[in-house]
Design a protein around this ligand. Structure first.
Ligand code: SF4
Ligand code: SF4
Ligand code: SF4
Ligand code: FES
Length: 976
């Protein structure tokens, strides 16, 4: 059933009224804007309009009044921003004080007696409003914000009936609208210069793109240096639009469709931050996504993707009918769901009859919900009868699971995002949060502006190194592939300079493994000086960073794919865990080991048993007790043998032993390394079933296409990088007619293993029954609590915010030796440069969604970054086409000549299929998990004038596949 809440344009006036269970929101949904931020402090009691009110010291009079249910008019105040005190609408009278102080900037005092209403106050407020309205277009009835405008509300609240000054005086009514941003417009004629947008950009987003230019009457909001928004530093996060009390900054979707009539609270389906949003809907049309103030991961903030890039959900490229074909050279044929399922099941069974039970498998996706992912691995284990299930987490964070489990006993991050507010030292390794995890980056930057110190370990000069009001104390600009050398050198300094937290280690960690580790890292060959040649990092910087991490107070490590996607990815994760344990930076707020997960549900797909060796809850499939639990529940025998990992599936396909694949929501052709190897493997298979929303690169090799649903069409849960399980709620019915979970269920039934869930909530109930870390999790509980960080069990019925508080999950923390081993991807005379890869803010992963939105206006091609020195040596100028060649393949991109990369290092993104970034990446992978070494590829770069051979072949193949889709037979009914 759809979860709906009616929007209340006029916020409830008492806190109790905001907690109305009949409104069907997950938990105390309180739209009230309290005017100024909440404070923590000793209790202070005062009287407001005759009511005794007790609040925390430091609270504003305005907030105290609103908390007590007393409405105070306001325009420049908002509880997500520090008080500004410019509009003078919130004036009050305070006994014993002269004048009429602004309640938003006046802190409460014990015994204070405040009056918010009096004839004089009413007169003053009307005067203020008259001035505003006299310089405002009187187009309320046709204004897109009509009904959702605080200026309009306040005119009513103060009882404004006439404007004595007339409207003929000097005004801004002819000011020109800036519509340069694809998602919102800026109409200066409606601006009341309340400064909320400027403060939102500074305080909430941390970009500082806006100022108020001019003085007095000439004051106007100015992006950058009086530039249009699109040419300024603005990153389109939408915080200013959210903050604007008028229609000055307005979403274009609201201008086009009008105001919503209901909202559904759901979770963003892009990155691992897991921001909660209100999907605002008019009829069945989404008209706006606004960040949910009570979202535990984002607390009312957003980035350009979640906030604006949702139009792909109804893009014309969506494929909505099931399709089949015998060979990939045949045109597609639209069929009914029943025919698609029986065709798919028959072909998979035929393959098993011919090649054996283990000749087929499935790949689940970290884009899908926990419930959908759980069903795919269940189908593989129960209906296929093998453990050939893997997930795209294989190619991103599998070393995180392995490394953290080995050292601390749990395969997940240790903190909440909020924990960063208590950090004194922040270490960012192999992650670029401002691009990849932007909402968390805003939170981190706020803490850095408050004075936390920063260490960045990255081959590139990412924004955090030298950003606006944020500077790294240390940038360890290492050579790609040398994380373990640098992390071990940091440990060397900590061990040899007496910086180990001996008491913590003695109490909480294994004595034997610690002693071995201490001896190992203390060896001279692990000193920063000895490892400099490998890493390229000056020893003084390593020593300084190590001392800061060990002695600077609460120190937290945040790391990303720049750590995991290496031949020594698992070793690097262990090295980070070692550092945290040795310095006692674990088990409380402000510290910890924090993997920044790439996709929305990476954590969840790992938790749900997607890996071939693990059943849900990270439990080994070879363990008979665990197997028996699932065998009883599922009424099948489960094979004790771990199945194939994704790269093994490809190798087995080329060897002729793995011939059928069910691939849900994952574009392996574009996202996995060594594209030509992947394409070759898929071409060798006899039946590929792709379930997706678009005919993606993988679907071009498919024989069955099962149309999938976007997150707006789903009920379920995602688990973000904090282990936070959040609800995804259906905003509209699945466009193909069946939800993704129903598709898997029907496919399973066609294979002879019936599944009979009637709602995803029942799937979660089963997960909770069978998975100790999920005990007690249910949709009802999630609705009640808003979100739950697992483990959720009898000891922690509401979940666990911080892990390893009194003891490590495995008992004693275990130190592991982290010998640096140079990667095989070494520079040679033939391949003298190292290619590393990453993401940009506006595009997402393989770009299937963001490329189908206006985000292409921000970034429309993958470029190759190259240092000026390397460029000059090769005669490459900015914008030139360059060929990039590795031992795996060749592609051609345009060059951006920049000092963001060091000499010897080049960098690109992988958001556009025709770029072929993964044609270059090789089969090198992590020793423990097979996570591909995307971050290091030895290459040569030369100026060229035409696309690579692969690109020409790709275009031709894609053109053919598009034609086969367009020529599809459409006669069959594709109903249920
Ligand atoms: S959209 Fe975000 S970055 Fe751009 S001006 Fe507004 S607050 Fe600043
Ligand atoms: S654009 Fe909106 S938020 Fe910014 S100053 Fe003008 S009215 Fe205030
Ligand atoms: S930070 Fe991530 S989860 Fe949040 S809105 Fe952006 S893409 Fe979505
Ligand atoms: S709300 Fe207090 S001065 Fe504007």
């Amino acid at each position: 059933m759809m979860q709906v809440v009616q929007i209340h344009r006029n916020p409830p006036r008492s806190p109790e009224a905001a907690f109305d269970p009949a409104r069907m929101v997950p938990y105390g949904y309180d739209e009230t804007d309290y005017g100024t931020p909440k404070r923590e402090g000793t209790a202070v009691t005062l009287t407001i309009d005759g009511r005794e009110v007790t609040v925390a010291a430091g609270t504003s009079v305005m907030r105290a009044a609103i908390e007590a249910g007393v409405n105070v008019p306001k325009l420049c105040a908002s509880d997500s921003l520090q008080a500004w005190g410019s509009c003078r609408l919130c004036l009050v009278e305070i006994e014993g004080r002269k004048g009429y102080p602004a309640s938003c900037t006046t802190p409460v005092e014990a015994g204070m007696t405040v009056r918010t209403q009096s004839p004089k106050l009413a007169q003053l407020r009307r005067g203020v409003m008259e001035l505003y309205i006299s310089d405002h277009p009187l187009d309320c009835l046709t204004c897109p914000a009509n009904g959702d405008c605080e200026l309009q509300d306040m005119a009513g609240a103060v009882g404004l009936r006439e404007v004595r000054y007339g409207y003929e005086g000097e005004n801004h009514l002819k000011d020109v609208t800036d519509a340069s941003n694809p998602y919102f417009s800026y109409d200066p004629s409606k601006c009341i210069v309340c400064n909320r947008c400027v403060r939102a950009c500074e305080e909430v987003q941390g970009t500082f793109a806006l100022t108020i230019s001019g003085r007095g009457f000439e004051s106007r909001v100015s992006p950058g240096q009086d530039q249009p928004f699109m040419q300024s530093e603005c990153v389109s996060c939408g915080a200013c639009v959210q903050a604007c009390p008028t229609s000055t900054l307005q979403e274009k979707s609201i201008i086009e469709f009008g105001q919503p009539d209901h909202t559904v609270v759901t979770t963003c389906a892009y990155c691992g931050v897991g921001c909660a949003f209100e999907a605002q809907v008019k009829g069945s049309q989404v008209v706006r996504m606004t960040p949910y103030k009570d979202g535990h991961a984002n607390e009312g903030h957003s980035c350009v993707k979640g906030r604006f890039a949702w139009g792909y959900a109804t893009h014309r490229d969506r494929v909505l009918k099931p399709m089949i074909r015998d060979r990939i050279s045949d045109p597609w044929r639209e069929v009914s769901w029943d025919e698609a399922f029986s065709y798919a099941a028959r072909r998979m069974r035929e393959i098993q009859a011919k090649y054996g039970r283990d000749s087929i498998g499935g790949i689940t996706s970290s884009r899908c919900t926990n419930e959908e992912t759980y069903l795919v691995q269940k189908l593989v284990r129960a209906a296929f009868g093998n453990n050939n299930t893997d997930t795209c987490a294989r190619v991103c964070h599998s070393p995180t699971g392995y490394g953290l489990k080995q050292t601390m006993g749990e395969s997940a991050g240790t903190q909440t995002f909020k924990s960063v507010e208590k950090s004194d030292v922040i270490v960012v390794i192999g992650a670029n949060p401002t691009e990849g995890h932007p909402v968390f980056a805003s939170r981190m930057k706020r803490r850095l502006r408050e004075g936390a110190r920063l260490v960045v370990v990255d081959p590139r000069r990412i924004e955090l190194v030298d950003g606006v009001h944020v500077k790294a104390d240390y940038h360890l600009q290492l050579k790609p592939g040398t994380n373990v050398a640098v992390l071990t050198a940091l440990a060397h300094v900590i061990a040899t300079e007496g910086l180990i937290s001996e008491a913590f280690v003695a109490e909480r960690c294994e004595a034997k493994s610690f002693a071995q580790w201490r001896e190992f890292v203390s060896r001279p060959e692990n000193s920063p000086e000895a490892l400099q040649q490998a890493s390229g990092v000056p020893p003084a910087l390593v020593r300084g960073a190590a001392r800061l991490y060990a002695t600077g107070g609460n120190a937290a490590v945040y790391y990303g794919l720049g750590v995991t996607e290496h031949a020594q990815g698992s070793t690097a994760v262990m090295a980070i865990a070692n550092l945290a344990m040795a310095t006692a930076n674990i088990g409380r707020e402000g510290v910890g080991v924090n993997p920044l997960r790439g996709q929305n549900n990476v954590q969840g797909s790992c938790d749900m048993g997607s890996f071939p060796h693990e059943l849900p809850g990270d439990r080994d499939v070879s363990d008979p007790t665990t197997r028996m639990l699932f065998e009883r529940a599922w009424n099948v025998q489960i094979s004790p043998e771990p199945g194939l990992r994704i790269p093994n599936m490809f190798d087995a396909a080329l060897a002729g032993t793995f011939m059928g694949l069910y691939c849900q929501g994952e574009d392996i052709v574009q996202s996995d390394p060594d594209t030509q190897h992947v394409a070759g493997a898929l071409s060798s298979m006899e039946c590929i079933i792709v379930q997706d929303i678009f005919l993606n690169e993988t679907a071009k090799y498919a024989h069955v296409f099962l149309p999938g649903s976007s997150f707006l069409e789903k009920d379920g849960t995602f688990t973000n990088a904090e282990r936070r399980i959040s609800r995804v709620r259906k905003v509209m019915d699945p466009l193909p007619g069946l939800g993704d979970w129903e598709v898997t269920q029907r496919l399973s039934s066609a294979l002879g293993y019936p599944m009979n869930y009637s709602h995803p909530a029942q799937i979660m109930d089963e997960i909770a029954r069978l998975t100790p870390t999920f005990h007690g999790v249910s949709f009802a509980k999630l609705d009640e609590l808003g979100s739950i960080q697992w483990p959720c069990n009898e000891q922690h019925p509401d979940g666990t915010a911080i892990m390893h508080v009194d003891r490590f999950v495995r008992g004693k923390g275990r130190f592991l030796l982290t010998q640096y081993v140079p990667t095989d991807e070494k520079v040679t005379r033939k391949y003298p440069l190292l290619l590393t890869t990453g993401r940009v803010l506006s595009q997402y992963n393989v770009g299937a969604q963001t490329r189908r939105t206006e985000n292409v206006q921000f970034y429309d091609e993958d470029r190759l970054e190259i240092h000026p020195h390397d460029a000059e040596e090769r005669g490459i100028r900015d914008g030139d086409w360059v060929g990039i060649e590795s031992r795996a393949g060749q592609t051609v991109l345009r060059a951006t000549v920049t000092e963001r990369v060091a000499t010897g290092v080049i960098y690109t993104t992988f958001h556009f299929p025709e770029s072929g970034a993964n044609v270059i990446t090789t089969d090198s992978s992590d020793w423990a998990t097979n996570c591909p070494e995307y971050k290091v590829t030895a290459v040569q770069v030369t100026p060229v004038e035409q696309p690579s051979q692969w690109q020409r072949a790709y275009r031709s193949f894609s053109h053919t596949q598009q034609r086969l889709y367009e020529e599809r037979a459409t006669t069959a009914m594709a109903g249920k």
